[in-house]
Design a protein around this ligand. Structure first.
Ligand SMILES: Cc1cc2nc3c(=O)[nH]c(=O)nc-3n(C[C@H](O)[C@H](O)[C@H](O)COP(=O)(O)OP(=O)(O)OC[C@H]3O[C@@H](n4cnc5c(N)ncnc54)[C@H](O)[C@@H]3O)c2cc1C
Length: 416
């Protein structure tokens, strides 16, 4: 079944009888060539690219809950490639390019909207830092513009420009950045993978690994043993717990990150704005709700809900930036489990166990990475070599001291 405008009109005229489920609900087979653990964005994108680009066969995704029940359906939907360091920027720009073509490629409306992201500048030192970051982005083929105060005012006149503590002095704008409907991304990759023959198995929790002579032979699950040639783990906030079952201790801590949505309002924020003097960012959904968030909760947790101090902190950031937000009512808040790596950058690598591969450490930036992460992990699983944009994401970099310490990526080990 292909989606098209013609199809939508036809279904509307014939009582919507032609729409079917987006994917099958298969029983697990005794074994597969590739088993991907975790049916979030990264696991689904990996299976899709493995089947489509690398022509992998006999692939299964095992998800303990339902597809999209994790962070992929809980994030604040921001996509961007405004990174500084050479280990990161080419990878995130590769991801941005995949976003731009994604909906046509998997024939599904993921509501990718390149509405731009503006990082606000509040000090002269910050302007220098953002100029440097913008130049690094341009060198990697991304787009970046440094705006002065009046250019920012022309875009968002209602921001608090004259706040005595945090005056707005300009901004770094990436016009190609924006938002995408997060669960639409999961559904699009799931449907695309299913059409290519991937078995998507829900309600199937991996409870252990079968490892002999340092080689993984399969996984134990709540639905029995499943044999595997190669196993790729992409379980985000559960990475520490799952890899512990293979005897590994990761340089990762799990924390809650909360998101907030206001009541529906008329259009006011037509892009994404980040506050440069605290941790607050905001966009507006197509339904009208202001979607915003801030810092992680400061303690380790595997709970998918947060606590009040962070809500207060985020609300203070919002009030400092756009005082009018104080008149909007908060409608919903929720939390997801973040896999915070110790340098804020991800891991896409083999493990010391033959046939076992790891995709983790996304902190609070993994949604924008979904397409490139899936592509690079599929590349690694299929060829045993890292994709050219993901060569820095080695697991042993924490031993070697070769960390990719990018500010603004998420982790600040001194804070958690
Ligand atoms: C509130 C919030 C806001 C965010 N905002 C942004 C943003 O604006 N931009 C951005 O780039 N990133 C953002 N992120 C981060 C981003 O959502 C994550 O980094 C990314 O989604 C993680 O990858 P994933 O989609 O594969 O994770 P998940 O969707 O969490 O997938 C992991 C899956 O593994 C499954 N699993 C776990 N254990 C097992 C097991 N034993 N067996 C089988 N399955 C298992 C889980 O059920 C889950 O479905 C945000 C996250 C949160 C929580």
């Amino acid at each position: 079944m292909r989606f098209s405008g013609f199809r939508v009109i036809k279904e509307a005229l014939t009582g919507y009888k032609g729409w079917g489920p987006l994917w099958r609900n298969p029983e697990p087979q005794p074994s597969y060539d590739y088993v991907i653990v975790g049916g979030g964005g990264h696991g689904l994108a990996t299976a899709y690219h493995l089947a489509k680009v690398f022509k992998g066969k006999r692939i299964a995704v095992l998800e303990k809950g339902w597809l999209g029940s994790g962070n992929i359906g809980r994030n604040t939907t921001i996509i961007r490639s405004n990174y500084l360091l050479p280990g990161n920027e080419p990878f995130y720009e590769f991801s941005m390019k995949l976003w731009e073509n994604m909906e046509q490629e998997f024939n599904f409306n993921a509501m990718v909207s390149q509405r731009g992201i503006l990082n606000l500048i509040h000090t002269d030192g910050q302007r220098d830092a953002y100029r440097r970051r913008g130049n690094a982005m341009l060198l990697a083929g991304a787009d970046a513009e440094l705006l002065d105060r009046e250019q920012v005012r022309a875009m968002y006149p209602w921001l608090n420009f004259d706040n005595a503590r945090f005056p707005i002095k300009g901004g770094l704008l990436q016009r190609r950045a924006g938002t995408a409907r997060h669960d639409g991304v999961a559904w699009g990759y799931a449907r695309g993978a299913d059409l290519l023959g991937v078995d998507l198995i829900q309600n199937c929790e991996v409870t252990g690994f079968r490892i002999e002579n340092n080689r993984v032979l399969g996984v134990e699950t709540s639905r029995g043993h499943i044999g595997a040639g190669k196993v790729g783990v992409a379980v985000a906030g559960s990475s520490g717990r799952v890899m512990a079952m293979a005897g590994m201790r990761l340089p990762i801590e799990s924390h809650v990150l909360q998101a907030f949505v206001s009541e529906g309002l008329k259009p006011v924020v037509d892009g994404v704005i980040t506050f440069g003097a605290g941790h607050f960012y905001v966009s507006q959904s197509d339904k009208g709700g202001l979607v915003f968030g801030g810092d992680i909760d400061g303690y380790n947790s595997y709970a998918q809900r947060g606590n009040l101090p962070v809500i207060e902190d985020v609300a203070e950031g919002g009030m400092a930036l756009m005082p009018a937000i104080g008149r909007a009512r908060l409608l919903r808040a929720w939390g997801g489990i973040m896999d915070m790596s110790m340098d804020g950058s991800p891991i896409i690598d083999r493990t010391p166990i033959d046939g076992l591969y790891l995709n983790a450490g996304w902190c609070y930036g993994g949604f924008k990475a979904t397409p490139a992460s899936g592509y690079a992990f599929a590349h690694l699983l299929a060829t045993d070599r890292p994709h050219e944009t993901a060569t820095a994401y080695r697991l042993d970099r924490f031993n070697r001291g070769h960390v990719i310490d990018e500010k603004g990526m998420g982790a600040q080990p001194n804070l958690h």
